[in-house]
Design a protein around this ligand. Structure first.
Ligand code: IMP
Length: 181
């Protein structure tokens, strides 16, 4: 059992999405990807660091041939506000021209990070670019982006757990927790 409340660094958090609910929803998303990408041999591109648990659990639900790759960008720098300056820490090493790409991200908040990633990938002339995100905060969105696979839409409050951090901590929590202000 996961605790209902927890403290990460100097803030209190309460459980918002349980580990079981996350697992159920990822099974559904995996099924949709299997249906949509049969015979397309997609490349799942995980956006580090936050994607690591979602990516691992999602690929376990995918039974069509697929490859995986990673990119690393940062925009939050560990706090609760996006810096809006996106830095690319680790570029994609794989050649993806002509491939079907699925970006795997922990959360789309303002959408600025995702816009940056989509633009970078589109420049490499892939066959298609789709987006899978664990969390989406519609109220914070500043970009026009099609999000094909959204596990959960959430309100515009800071969250941690299941890969997401606050001040570098909390990524190892099995559930998603919302800040208590
Ligand atoms: P965006 O550019 O505003 O969409 O922010 C995207 C990135 O900010 C995500 O990949 C996360 O790393 C981080 N982020 C956004 N919202 C949260 C949150 O509520 N908790 C933890 N990290 C977040």
């Amino acid at each position: 059992m996961n605790p209902k409340t927890t403290t990460v660094a100097d803030k209190s958090f309460k459980m918002m999405i349980s580990a079981e609910t996350i697992a159920d929803r990822i099974r559904v998303l995996g099924g949709e990807i299997n249906r949509d990408f049969a015979d397309k041999k997609p490349v799942l591109i995980g956006i580090l660091n936050g994607c690591f648990l979602f990516m691992a659990d999602l690929v376990k639900q995918i039974d069509v041939d697929c490859e995986i790759a990673f990119m690393k960008v940062s925009s939050y720098h560990g706090g609760m506000e996006s810096s809006r300056t996106i830095t690319e820490d680790y570029d994609l090493k794989m050649a993806v021209s002509g491939r079907h790409l699925i970006i795997v991200e922990d959360i789309v908040d303002t959408g600025n990070t995702m816009r940056f990633i989509v633009d970078k990938l589109q420049a490499k002339k892939p066959a298609s670019v789709s987006i899978a995100t664990l969390l989406f905060k519609p109220a914070a969105m500043e970009q026009k982006l099609d999000l094909q696979y959204v596990a959960f839409e959430i309100e515009n409050k800071f969250v941690v757990g299941y890969g997401l951090d606050y001040k570098g901590l909390g990524r190892n929590l099995n559930a998603v927790y919302q800040v208590v202000l």
